[in-house]
Design a protein around this ligand. Structure first.
Ligand code: ATP
Ligand code: MG
Length: 368
């Protein structure tokens, strides 16, 4: 397959099967994923290789992968038009990640705040994979020469690193890239982060200064897409707040991270600005506001939750969807990663510059 000179617009993004998908994943990324299907070729991945950078129980991981797929489809990802697969079924991700490990610099990775947060104080005991995570993420994106990456706000730094890797690769190998027929010398695109979901940073319900996360031990800190109405209502009821009533202006949310977060979630679900939400709830007590928020969240999430349940009842269908998505993904990533290996100078039969096989070495006369 001949690759286009300049990468064509293409969307790539992924989520880890490291636990239940939650409101942050949904409002920060997934809503935008669904939107981008209307205008772009989209590739959406369940990044299981990222998940094992922290311990995952093997007997639970397969179901966690299926849960994420069910959530994607229930939220509106169409596996017929978009490509939907799990990362470990496409070996090009790992192959390209190794090459990028040799392009990225230690100093770049040492600045990554996600590693610092996830490794915590016991850094010596963190996996090498957790440290190298952003390099694999760059490989995920660039194995498809993807140009747009819809993510939540927390992934901004990793996407800057992805651009740095693409730029350094293009620079280091410029001569080989041109020799391979890419006249501009730029093989990889500098991908654009698309941080445009209705709420790009949803915070924990227990601590308004920490982002909502799958890997946070307390289930009360997040609303899972698999939670039923009772669980959603209970978690919102118990969400941390302060003692003041809601302000009438957005400026009144300053220094009140928990209040700011709940108003932000309401605004995202109601498709309104925070200011408009405060117009309606100025002076209200949290008990009143939380009741309205719970009703709204339940109404918006019920169709997703119901559809997820229906899909999960037939795991064989999910597994088939992933297998066929992986095949389509490999059809794109295969030729790109083969081209990268040629650019780097690896030898393989049929590569430009490879010597034809000698008949006597192979024990037969080579075909002419
Ligand atoms: P983990 O704790 O295991 O890292 P996570 O909750 O951070 O899980 P990821 O799978 O790492 O979820 O991220 C999937 C997508 O969801 C990414 O695009 C990420 O930016 C987005 N995202 C994650 N958490 C939030 C959040 N709290 N608010 C908005 N977007 C989020
Ligand atoms: Mg994360």
């Amino acid at each position: 397959m001949k690759l286009p000179q300049t990468p064509q617009p293409r969307v790539f993004s992924g989520m880890q099967p490291s636990g239940n998908l939650h409101l942050g994943n949904y409002l920060g990324a997934m809503v935008q994923w669904v939107e981008m299907q209307k205008s772009h070729e989209c590739i959406y991945c369940v990044v299981d290789m990222h998940a094992i950078t922290v311990w995952q129980e093997p007997k639970e991981l397969k179901d966690a992968i299926r849960q994420v797929v069910a959530a994607y489809i229930a939220a509106g990802v169409d596996p017929k038009t978009s490509i939907l697969f799990n990362q470990s079924q496409v070996p090009e991700h790992a192959e390209l990640a190794w090459i990028f490990n040799c392009v990225a610099r230690l100093g770049w990775l040492s600045r990554m705040t996600q590693f610092k947060e996830k490794a915590g104080r016991d850094r010596e005991n963190a996996s090498v994979g957790l440290y190298a995570y952003p390099v694999l993420m760059a490989a995920d994106i660039l194995a498809y020469r993807a140009t747009h990456v819809p993510v939540g706000d927390d992934q901004k730094q990793h996407l800057e690193l992805c651009r740095d890797i693409a730029q350094k690769f293009n620079g280091d190998f410029a001569e080989a890239i041109r020799a391979a027929g890419f006249a501009s010398g730029a093989f990889f695109p500098l991908c654009e982060p698309v941080i445009m979901g209705p709420a790009t940073r949803v915070m924990s319900l227990r601590d308004g200064t920490r982002k909502m996360s799958k890997s946070e031990p307390s289930d009360m800190s997040r609303i899972n897409l698999s939670d039923d109405a009772d669980a959603i209502a209970r978690k919102i009821q118990k969400a941390k707040t302060d003692a003041e009533p809601l302000p009438s202006e957005e400026a009144g949310l300053a220094g009140r991270p928990e209040a700011d977060n709940l108003v932000g979630i309401f605004a995202a679900f109601a498709a309104k600005s925070k200011a408009a939400v405060l117009d309606d709830f100025a002076g209200a007590q949290f008990s009143t506001f939380k009741k309205a928020l719970a009703e709204l969240a339940i109404a918006r999430l019920a169709p997703v939750t119901g559809e997820m349940k229906r899909l999960l009842a037939d795991p064989a269908v999910i597994d088939r969807t992933l297998a066929s998505g992986a095949e389509r993904a490999r059809a794109i990533a295969g030729p790109i990663v083969t081209q990268v290996k040629d650019i780097v100078g690896f030898l393989r039969p049929g590569a430009p510059g490879a010597r034809p096989a000698e008949g006597h070495l192979r024990g037969k006369t080579p075909a002419r």
